[in-house]
Design a protein. Sequence first.
Length: 122
Amino acid sequence: MLIEIDFSSNEAIYIQLRNQIIMGIATSTIREGDSLPSVRQLADTIGVNMHTVNKAYNVLKQEGFISLDKRRGAVIALDINKLKALEEMRENLQIVLAKAFCKNITRDEVHELVDSIFDEYL
C-alpha cells in the first residue's frame, strides 16, 4: 500500500493517513484480515512521528476499520454497524450538501457526482 502525505496540506497528517487507509479498504488495495505496517515501520517509511501513526491507528480502531492485536499489530477488521455508519454519513453530508446548495449545485449534479465516486469502489 502506497501512502502519500502532503506536508503542505492544512489537513492533519494523521487524518491524511486515516483517509488513505480507508480509501485502500474501499478500493480493495487492502482487505479484511490484512495487517498494516507497525507504527514504527510506517512512521519511518513516510517520515512522520510515531505518535502521528499511532493516533491515526487509534482513530481507525474507534471508527471500526481496524483492530489492534498484540501479535499481529493493526489488522483490517471492519465493524459492520450500518445504522451508525449511515447516521455519521448523514451528519457529514448535511454540511457538504448545504455548501453545494449555496453554490447552486443541483440535485442531479450531486447524484451524478455521488454515482461516479461510488462506481470507483465497485
